[in-house]
Design a protein around this ligand. Structure first.
Ligand SMILES: Nc1ncnc2c1ncn2[C@@H]1O[C@H](COP(=O)(O)OP(=O)(O)O)[C@@H](O)[C@H]1O
Ligand SMILES: [Mg+2]
Length: 401
């Protein structure tokens, strides 16, 4: 018998080493109790995050018993009698009649994970050996539960660590690019501004009757102007500090202004219909630089419209979230993005619009949100539209970044 018990315990230990799910561990324990310990039935109770106990697994017993196990601190030996009393007379329970129980807590590494109730028939001979065996089974299961809990904790911290590393890497990249953009745009501006003056001079100097030359100079001035505008955008992007005064504002006002600015772009043309939907809630006041905030929302709406050349809906939603912070969401029902594009949209100069795009819109939105201690989220899938959510801490709340 001793040898058999050792073999069972060793097999049970091996089995648990490959299992990370508390319910599965509980099922294996209940099964081992009946198959190897000679119990008529067994029930495993666990303690949930709220500190309440609940049934994790049962063998030869009903899995739901109204009012059982009741209070969290009820993980006591009386629990066994309580179980027998509750099951008495239930047609779906044949194990409890004339039975008695042993309750063993599932404790390991300083943590209490629940308990196991072994139900034995009156004929069972329960000596020291059986008690030892019952405790050993419970001990092995408890250390399995302990490992499972540690594993869950570890994977959670690892995911958090990975997320903050990504944010850090992204903001370092943004800062480096911002500094580079500031330097380049400064130098370019110094070179191109005199050129603009020379061209102006040249235009005046070209004889009026030389149409071709005049046209060419006008075109050169136009090209140069576009270049200067691009430099201006680069400078905007590279600004790492808020450009103007921050103030306590209402996100609804920002959203409304941005929508009005975008209206002309969304006028119906040649059978292409855009619907701009305002779905405003009551966001708590936030501290932002207003013109930057409007520019950010305009960027999001323009991207949504660009993504839907055959028309569609753009919905701007605002409100307060569960944590009491303010959010603004711009959602479209366009083509959405595959994961490889989704992962890159906030990178400066990333664009899928070729010559038409600068790839700076979302990088600027990202930098703006970060400067204002907020958070930006993107939800998208191919064919499922895209939805960008900006969240800002309500007045007096800690940074979300
Ligand atoms: N609402 C959207 N739906 C689909 N793709 C989008 C959306 N918004 C942004 N994108 C993708 O992100 C890229 C980067 O956007 P952005 O930084 O604003 O630069 P740009 O608009 O100049 O391309 C876009 O080229 C596009 O591929
Ligand atoms: Mg854009």
């Amino acid at each position: 018998m001793t040898e058999h018990a050792l073999a069972v315990l060793s097999r049970f230990g091996e089995l648990l080493s490959g299992v990370a799910e508390p319910r599965e561990i509980a099922r294996e324990l209940a099964r081992a109790a009946v198959d190897h310990l000679g119990a008529r039935a067994a029930m495993v109770l666990g303690i949930d995050d709220g500190g309440n106990s609940r049934i994790l697994a049962a063998k030869n017993l009903p899995i739901d018993i109204p009012g059982f196990p009741g209070e969290a601190d009820a993980l006591t030996p009386e629990l066994g009698d309580e179980l027998l009393a509750r099951c008495a007379g239930r047609p779906d329970c044949t194990a409890c009649e004339g039975a008695h129980t042993i309750v063993v807590p599932l404790a390991s590494g300083g943590g209490l994970f629940g308990s196991v109730i072994y139900v034995f028939g009156s004929e069972a001979q329960l000596g020291e050996f059986e008690h030892g065996f019952a405790k050993a089974l419970a001990g092995l299961a408890a250390s399995g539960l302990n490992c499972a809990a540690r594993y869950t904790e570890l994977s959670k911290s690892y995911a958090e660590l990975r997320a903050s590393r990504d944010v850090l890497a992204r903001s370092q990249k943004l800062r480096a690019l911002g500094e580079m953009a500031a330097g380049v745009s400064h130098d370019l501006k110094n070179i191109l501004n005199p050129l603009a003056l020379h061209l102006q001079f040249l235009q005046r100097a070209v004889p009026r009757d030389n149409g071709d030359a005049l046209e060419s100079v006008v075109e050169m001035r136009r090209v140069l102007q576009r270049g200067l505008e691009t430099i201006e955008r680069l400078r905007d992007f590279s600004r790492q500090a808020p450009a103007g005064r921050v103030e306590v504002i209402d996100l609804n006002r920002i959203a409304h202004e941005a929508i009005e600015i975008c209206r002309p772009r969304t006028r119906t043309k040649h059978d292409v219909h855009y619907t701009l939907v305002e779905s405003f809630g009551q966001p708590p006041p936030v501290t932002l630089q207003a013109s930057e905030a409007v520019a950010a929302v305009v960027n999001l709406i323009v991207n949504a419209v660009d993504a839907m050349p055959t028309g569609g809906h753009v919905t701007v939603t605002t409100g307060g979230n569960a944590e009491g912070n303010a959010f603004l969401e711009v959602a479209d029902d366009g083509p959405g993005m595959p994961p490889d594009i989704e992962a890159r949209v906030f990178e400066p100069f990333f664009t899928t619009k070729g010559q038409e795009g600068t790839g700076l819109g979302l990088a600027m939105v990202y930098a703006f949100v970060q400067r204002h201690r907020g958070r930006i989220g993107l939800q998208t899938a191919p064919g499922r539209g895209a939805s960008f959510t900006l969240t800002f801490p309500a007045e007096g709340r800690p940074s979300l970044f």
